[in-house]
Design a protein around this ligand. Structure first.
Ligand code: CMC
Length: 436
């Protein structure tokens, strides 16, 4: 963080003395005004619900230019990573800051592969859930429960513990997500196969059965790997900020990541891909493409409470670069599976076309986000809708860990403790119950 050669002055119209605040510059992106001493100097807080103008930390991991529609992991454009790297290379990059060379890559893949199995006792914990439990409820529980199964890697202030917890989480998430699925459909759990790729192994644990060989389809393997890359990190979004805040208390990495899983579940965040596919299915049931106009009228009517899911983003005010890549993958997967005429894909294209031309969306800079097409891809692969957010959680785990590690290593980090503007009753006395 570099101090700029200019400062910011905050002046008040009520005669209070003005205060001068330092301004820092990042390597790219907006400068920030340092308000840390504001309360000490003025007795005032700033007010910014939803963090619309607040940088909660400094970070070197992910950069988004929302106006340009640009996403960089450690400086590398998402398009290049999606083209030239696989998910585990991307994990290495996010965790270590650089792409691996051949040896580092082999070692890292080997290390992750050594940790894909989960403690045998975890299946009994999982079996305590109802069969119809939402996979995100199960995953929140399973990831949190890892703190109980892996006692030797729970000290968040110990770099070795954090490293081993990171590898365990990245390696075991696919196993846990697949177990949550198998449990629901009543099939036996599939043990991981470490000779397969990260996404190939996941496909086999999801769709293989012990009584038959499972052959991984390379197009689906690549598509899934791309979904993982595109979801691996996204700077200070709600779940990442949750993980940082949770870990700032010194809690263990598994507990902090399970808080991230819980936050991701919400429909305005990771749950949007599930909500988006449900929306497409509803429109399809209403009559499909012919009903798009009617549906759009509802979206534009503020009283209807209906949103076009998979559209809009807090940061991107241009096409989400991940959505472009996802659309490409969508075409490839549907072609491979002979589903080019998939009615939901046609419907999505028709919604997108109308939205991109409609003044409501254009004037608000609402463009498709990654979730608009990822649901169609996952559905084509055979992943059930209620597991979409679990796939997102699997992929985002590495981002959460990288951000958690960065925070713990930052000398300026403190326990997160936002302030408030109190608007409730001031001091008052309890009246006896008969007088209330
Ligand atoms: N459909 C209809 N109107 C919308 C939508 C939408 N999807 N998104 C935003 N708007 C309107 C909103 O009503 C508001 O209108 P007005 O100015 O007239 O009040 C305006 O656009 C600005 O919206 P906002 O709510 O202030 O924007 P935000 O930055 O707070 O919200 C969002 C961002 C993602 C929560 C929101 O766009 C949304 O709910 N989208 C649908 C859910 C979705 O697809 N979420 C996935 C996000 S991408 C995955 C991830 O990175 O987690």
């Amino acid at each position: 963080m570099k101090q700029t050669d200019y400062t910011a002055t905050l002046s008040f119209s009520n005669g209070k003395p003005s205060v001068e605040m330092p301004v820092y510059a990042g390597s790219i992106g907006p400068d920030v005004v340092d308000i840390r001493k504001l309360y000490a100097q003025t007795g005032m807080f700033t007010y910014d619900p939803g963090f619309l103008s607040t940088a909660s930390c400094q970070s070197t991991i992910t950069y988004i230019d929302g106006d340009k529609g640009e996403l960089l992991y450690r400086g590398y454009p998402i398009e290049q990573l999606a083209e030239h790297c696989d998910y585990l290379d991307t994990c290495y990059l996010l965790l270590n800051g650089e792409l691996p060379n051949v040896k580092q890559r082999d070692d890292f893949h080997h290390l992750v592969n050594q940790h894909t199995m989960v403690h045998e006792q975890m299946q009994f914990f999982l079996r305590g859930f109802r069969r119809d439990a939402h996979p995100m409820a199960i995953l929140t529980g399973l990831v949190g429960a890892m703190s109980a199964f892996y006692h030797d890697s729970t000290d968040v202030h110990n770099p070795e513990h954090r490293h081993i917890a990171a590898i365990r989480l990245i390696a075991k998430m696919p196993t846990l997500v697949a177990m949550a699925y198998k449990y629901k459909i009543g099939q036996p759990f599939m043990y991981p196969r470490n000779d397969l790729s990260y996404s190939g192994n996941f496909l086999r644990m999801m769709f293989g059965v012990p009584c038959e060989d499972y052959v991984v389809n390379p197009v689906l393997e690549r598509a899934l790997d791309r979904i993982f890359i595109l979801h691996a990190d996204h700077e200070q979004n709600a779940s990442t900020s949750t993980v940082r805040l949770c870990a700032s208390s010194g809690t263990n990495p598994f507990a902090a990541i399970s808080a991230g899983v819980a936050c991701l579940w919400g429909p305005a965040h990771g749950g949007a891909n599930e909500a988006c596919l449900n929306m497409l299915e509803e429109i399809q049931a209403m009559g499909g493409v012919a009903k798009v106009g009617e549906f759009m009228e509802k979206v534009k009517d503020k009283n209807s409470g209906v949103k076009l899911m998979g559209f809009g983003h807090r940061v991107y005010k241009n096409y989400d670069p991940r959505a472009k890549l996802m659309q490409e993958t969508c075409n490839e997967v549907l072609k491979e599976l002979g589903l080019e005429n998939d009615p939901l894909f046609k419907l999505a294209k028709s919604l997108e076309k109308i939205a991109l031309e409609d003044d409501y969306f254009v004037s608000r800079k609402l463009y498709p986000n990654v979730d608009f097409y990822s649901g169609i891809v996952q559905r084509a692969i055979g992943i059930p809708v209620d597991l979409f957010t679990g796939i997102f959680a699997l992929a985002r785990t590495v981002g959460w860990i990288a951000q958690l590690n960065e925070m713990i290593g930052d000398p300026e980090y403190k326990i997160g403790r936002p302030r408030q503007l109190f608007t409730g009753s001031a001091h008052r006395n309890v009246k006896p119950i008969e007088q209330r």
